[in-house]
Design a protein around this ligand. Structure first.
Ligand SMILES: [Zn+2]
Length: 201
């Protein structure tokens, strides 16, 4: 194979599900707890990912201090007092952003962005691509100002023929859009089911 050729190379995308996730909720009881050593009782974590010391900063912010592979990692517990739920966030030891989840990697905890992970839902991108395609073809046929041109809930099948276009051309273009819309809808349904489960209304 010639040098630099990408033929046959398998690109592996890491998905977040392959990593062990640590949720902020795990730390919630610690907001009222005494300072000292604690162990997270999650079997899949390594000993070093489980054990930490609860400390407090000068500003009374609780911090979980981990030692993983001779690194010291600080995960601050930040409670959002503005929301009624008093949601708890944990900070990413790498970028300090407030997170709901961190991921255990070999020698650290880090947020999704820092790990450069992709959510499995990004596999749903074909759906967005198809949506864009449908919208563009609609705009080309009916024009940008057509009332429902961007509305994906409206089927274009009964939309009227614009002036200045031959019926034959119109039918051909419309038929093509119609097929794309029929392909689009099952994808949306799958997506909604994944997000919300099978809703019974
Ligand atoms: Zn981060």
């Amino acid at each position: 194979m010639p040098r630099g050729s990408h033929y046959g190379r398998i690109r592996k995308r890491p998905y977040t599900v392959e990593y062990h996730r640590l949720s902020a909720i795990v730390f919630k009881p610690l907001l009222q707890a005494k300072l000292g050593r604690y162990t997270i009782t999650l079997d899949h974590l390594s000993e070093q990912h489980k054990n930490f010391e609860l400390i407090e900063t000068a500003k009374k912010i609780k911090v979980a201090k981990f030692h993983i592979k001779s690194q010291t990692l600080h995960i601050a517990l930040i409670q959002d007092d503005c929301s009624a739920s008093n949601k708890l966030y944990i900070t990413c030891p790498c970028c300090q952003s407030k997170r709901q989840h961190l991921y255990a990697v070999k020698n650290a905890y880090a947020c999704r962005e820092c790990l450069g992970l992709h959510y499995a839902t990004q596999a749903e991108r074909p759906r967005d691509r198809l949506m864009r395609k449908i919208r563009n073809k609609r705009k080309k046929l009916w024009g940008n100002d057509w009332p429902e041109v961007l509305n994906m809930f409206a089927l274009s099948h009964y939309w009227a023929k614009p002036k200045g276009i031959h019926w034959k051309t119109f039918y051909k273009a419309k038929e093509e859009i119609y097929h794309l819309e029929r392909k689009y809808w099952p994808m949306v349904e799958i997506h909604l089911n994944k997000q919300f489960g099978h809703l019974k209304i």
